[in-house]
Design a protein around this ligand. Sequence first.
Ligand code: PLP
Length: 410
Amino acid sequence: MQKEIDMFDVQKIRKDFPILNREVNGKPLVYFDNAATSQTPQVVIDAIVDYYSNYNANIHRGVHTLSQEATDAYEIARKKVQQHFNAAHSHEIILTSGTTHSINIVATGFSSLLTKGDEIIVSALEHHSNIVPWQMLCERTGAVLKVIPMNEDGELLMDAYDQLLSEKTKLVFTNHISNALGTINPIEEIIEKAHHIGAAVLIDGAQSCPHIKPDVQKLDVDFYVASAHKLCGPTGVGLLYGKEEWLNKLPPYQGGGEMIDQVTFEKTTYAGLPHKFEAGTPNICGGIAFGVALDYMNSIGFDNIATYENELLAYGTKKLLEIEGLKIYGTSKQKTSVISFNVGDIHPYDIGSIVDKLGVAVRTGHHCAQPIMDFYKIPGTIRASFSFYNTKEEIDILVEAIKKAKMMLT
Ligand SMILES: *Cc1c(COP(=O)(O)O)cnc(C)c1O
């Protein structure tokens, strides 16, 4: 193990990311907004250029060579996604436009499976994209939304979860890792307990996939969703994994080309999986580049990534806490390399603007998780999220920038 870590050469890895060479406001870019989107390595950029330069064509339709090549490449990408997430079948992998789209396919599909009084459980740590579709589902069906509360450390209260589960529970939904606080939720336990009472579980892996390689069969999860753009891939593509039996139970989400078997004006029969959920021309290039991004991340190795990012997290936490008046939100023992914080009463936006002038990209605001901010009674936080291509030297630059901002603002 140690030997593998020794081979982790961050300076060599940084050379794979052309954007890391640029300057912002005359300073070298320090990119700490990885929880919003990751940067793109040259191999992925090359795959995109190659597609549009050499074999751009619509898939699954044409007999001509370009169409065949594009179809083959797209289906190879689907297999790569299947292997990465360890799905039993490649037709259990629906390529979508991303996490939000994937969640909406499930939330809309459940309309036909729920009746008034049924219950859906979500966690208090959710991203807005994970709250709104369930509220809409409840409005359509008369189902009731229940929320697993959290404590001051940003951890879910599992005793309260036990209390919420009942025979009325039909679906449980939570993220694996909170994008706002970095908390790693005990999804194994959440899934097992939900299954015990016969409820289905959907896990949002958008924030965990960059750090942890999931195994959907081992988790025994019913649905799992993620976005390529947080995994060194392009925007506008992601996945919905569903167990075959569940995907067969859900109705199609959109009508259109690609998703049909036979069409007459009297009746249309739907195509089988995965095409039933892939109406219209998909993001072909994006799907292919997603496969290349997974190859790239696997070539670095998720154990190496986790070990290195944990070092960054420990270092960043220690250094930031040396700043007087700085408070970190999200102090769970189980967390990834996301640090959400405020400095005294200074508005996070003011600090964010000043550190940007110094070349440092952090996110400020509610991070699409307003209920968490309400819990802490704050308008938002500054969030620094580290990736495997970041360095301790960059964390030092962040700390100096925060100190400077604090001086200017107090
Ligand atoms: C980013 C993120 C989403 C939304 O992903 P999109 O790519 O914008 O659809 C959902 N959930 C979590 C936890 C996220 O981090």
